[in-house]
Design a protein around this ligand. Structure first.
Ligand SMILES: Cc1cc2nc3c(=O)[nH]c(=O)nc-3n(C[C@H](O)[C@H](O)[C@H](O)COP(=O)(O)OP(=O)(O)OC[C@H]3O[C@@H](n4cnc5c(N)ncnc54)[C@H](O)[C@@H]3O)c2cc1C
Length: 462
């Protein structure tokens, strides 16, 4: 069924529900391209997952990194420095960053003429949206195009008595009400390991419950092994192959019981076991939008089964990354405004770079060696450790490596992994190579700065 309204005059009326990176990027681009845009946000402009999870976590990790650097001062030729976390100052720093980012996103939206409504949006038909403002007032909007970008929230299993003090989800931890002395983290995916790193660097004793036999089970085992070793070196307790099944809290301490009888005890527990889409109460049924497990089904143009209803960000069930959400938002704006529909302009999710902000950092893009091996795909893999780098020696940090995966016949870069200091920045070189179809020869011929960690990328391409 096509719900396009024929003969509509004037600028296209786009209503966007959800003001995270997906919604706000779509709003500013569409407004710039001449659409009449209304954006509805119920909580924080800039996005709940983005501004209350992604950004504070990186800010807290940066504080922990500064503490670790000071603890290691003697290795850099400095006198020993005593360092202590000022928890209130950290809290102020986080709130300040959130406020500044929210203000800058709000000003950008206003400067582009986007109408911003603070409230909760819900579709009542394929073209109608009802907004309940924070004031309680209800408004009805009619739209030519609707964009859904309502994000996701932490998954809480029924055995976890979350109280936001001792038993926390990821969203209660930036920063938590008090600094955990003995923290148990359940879940060893990207979010879980970042928390382990963060609280360990603040001085908390940390236990990580790992359900499989490898931290970061989705990652290349060689990459995961470097992080596992770093955790062990820093005194993190790893409970491998343990599945948490209950949590007891007496208000002073917590106990996590695992299905094999093992018990972890601590002062606090943090759940990092994934997220669920914010698709309830969105009116998806009233609008006739199809979903799978709560995620909106989308095509290569981020369109749902209703051609005028699009979805971006975590709600679309693609990669849960801010960068992906904003790219989808921009592509939707361009598609709605008739700017592209050619296949080469579609998002190639396989080429999205991602990073894990641990110590060392981990970043990858494109084809992973272990996946190619499992699929029986022919690839060429080259790997160079940072220990060969003069800059790594200068930094007093030679851990990790650069690994490049290329096509053995053409030399085209298919992907790669980087483990080590500044991996999240360095991966951009491989991301650009993979998305632009550059070859390893192109990387070898590039004149990198000396001394710089990026030289190792050039050497790994040899
Ligand atoms: C702990 C953690 C760390 C992360 N770190 C990174 C990272 O380092 N790098 C990275 O790229 N990604 C990271 N992510 C993922 C990233 O935050 C998300 O992928 C991204 O925010 C998704 O953007 P979004 O626009 O889909 O959703 P959101 O940012 O969540 O925005 C959705 C918005 O919609 C609003 N909303 C929901 N329902 C309604 C409604 N009915 N009406 C009105 N408004 C509504 C919400 O209030 C919210 O503000 C992290 C996530 C977590 C949990």
């Amino acid at each position: 069924m096509n719900h396009e309204r024929p003969g509509a005059e004037g600028p296209k009326r786009i209503v966007i529900i959800g003001g995270g990176p997906g919604g706000t990027t779509c709003a500013t681009h569409a407004a710039r391209l001449g659409a009449d845009v209304t954006l509805i946000e119920k909580d924080i402009v800039g996005g709940a997952a983005h501004l209350l999870d992604c950004i504070p976590s990186k800010a807290m990790i940066a504080t922990g990194g500064a503490m670790s650097a000071m603890r290691d001062a003697t290795k850099m030729g400095l006198a020993k420095v005593d360092v202590e976390l000022d928890f209130e100052a950290l809290r102020t720093r986080i709130v300040d960053i959130e406020d500044r980012l929210e203000d800058s996103v709000t000003s950008l939206l206003q400067s582009q003429g986007v109408r911003l409504i603070e409230g909760t949006g819900r579709m009542t038909s394929p073209h109608d949206v009802e907004v309940t403002r924070l004031t309680g007032e209800v408004e009805h909007l009619s739209a030519d195009v609707i964009v859904l970008s309502t994000g996701s929230r932490p998954r809480i299993p029924d055995w976890a008595p979350v109280d936001k003090v001792r038993v926390l989800t990821t969203r209660d931890a930036y920063p938590p009400p008090e600094l955990p002395t003995r923290l148990i983290v359940i879940g060893s995916g990207v979010t879980g390991v970042e928390f382990v790193h963060m609280f360990n660097s603040f001085g908390s004793e940390v236990t990580l419950i790992v359900s499989r036999q490898q931290v970061l089970p989705e990652k290349d085992p060689e990459v995961a092994a470097v992080l596992e070793q770093s955790f062990l070196d820093r005194g993190v307790h790893l409970l491998m192959g343990a599945r948490a099944e209950s949590i007891e809290s007496d208000g002073q301490s917590v106990k996590v019981k695992c299905s094999d009888g093992r018990v972890a005890e601590g002062s606090h527990v943090l759940l990092a076991i994934g997220s669920i889409p914010n698709s309830d109460n969105l009116g998806l049924e009233a609008a006739g939008v199809k979903t799978t497990n709560g995620y909106v089904d989308i095509d290569h143009n981020c369109r749902s089964n209703q051609p005028h209803i699009y979805a971006a960000g975590d709600l679309s069930g693609k990669l849960p990354l801010s960068s992906v959400a904003s790219t989808q938002g921009r592509k939707i704006a361009e598609h709605v405004m008739g700017m592209h529909s050619l296949p080469h302009q579609h998002i190639d999710y396989d080429k999205a770079a991602s990073a894990i902000f641990t110590d060392p950092e981990i970043a990858d893009v494109g084809v992973a060696e272990s996946d190619a091996f499992a699929e029986g795909r022919k690839i060429r893999v080259t790997k160079v450790p940072f220990s060969v780098s003069a800059k790594a020696l200068i930094n007093n940090d030679s851990r990790g490596f650069v690994k490049i995966v290329s096509d053995p016949a053409t030399g085209v870069v298919l992907g790669g992994s980087i483990v080590g200091r500044h991996a999240a920045e360095l991966i951009s070189v491989l991301a650009l190579a993979a998305s632009a179809g550059l070859t390893v020869r192109d990387l070898v011929e590039s004149l990198f700065v000396h001394p710089a960690l990026a030289e190792v990328v050039g050497e790994a391409a040899e």
